[in-house]
Design a protein around this ligand. Sequence first.
Ligand code: PLP
Length: 290
Amino acid sequence: LPVPAPGRTPPRALTIAGSDSGGGAGIQADLRTMAMSGVHACVAVAAVTMQNTTGVTGVHPVPPEIVAGQIRTVVQDIGVQAAKTGMVAEAPIIEAIVETCIGIGIGGGRGSAESHDGAPRCAVPLVVDPVCASMHGDPLLKPHSLAALRDLLVPLADLVTPNLDEVRLLTGVDVTDGATQRDAARALVGLGARWALVTGGHLRAGADGPTGESTDLLFDGRDWFEFSGPRVHTGDDHGGGDTLAAAITCALATGAAMPDAVAHGKDWVTRCLRWAYPLGAGHGPVSPLW
Ligand code: PLP
């Protein structure tokens, strides 16, 4: 990504996400990646979690009007070139985010304002990381809010970046190999996302071939792009999904085309997995602090 110049305003990105008090995932992961990428990060906090490396012990959703207000306030003054969502906690917050984003031109998915009024407009690209649960299985999305995530937020997305559990929840497709990975990508684009990225990192080792590579698949309803990288074996991968989506968002904020942004994100998260460190008694975080 471009190196920032002294005194020059850098690209700006907005993260709409949850706080991880343990500093590993969520907003804290986004902020680390954005700062290390030379991108100014604006934040709309959607939820506060009580969490450490062993799990989540409490969630406090932020009132929807406060989430919407953070987004509007930031965009009016500072302006952003890309945005991402992470943990959005519950349906009323999702509804507020979607209404606000449509109103101010964030999100170029098939459910966006661009599609609504038929007039082409220069939407700010939106990456939707459809966070449903922590790696320990703690719910980060209220049980009856999945429909809002699937039917309102995903259709606004320029890119949706689910992990394999989230793919199953959103589409019903159980990804076990390259063929089902393609089925999942088709189903996600069918939900309205402009692009879908189905990562292979959590596929059973060996399911994606004997090479020890992890292959991510990107699809826009027409063209397929494959991104392969070495599978990094670590138990310390907390915040990996957030970091991938944040790095892609940074590249989009600098004007990169989607396939280039995803290639950058894949490379970034692979490095962050190599620099992951042990922390506490549970799973340590991936780290961009190389
Ligand atoms: N906490 C928050 C606030 C998150 O946004 C996320 C993931 O997006 C997590 C926890 C879970 O991260 P992981 O699945 O890497 O444990």
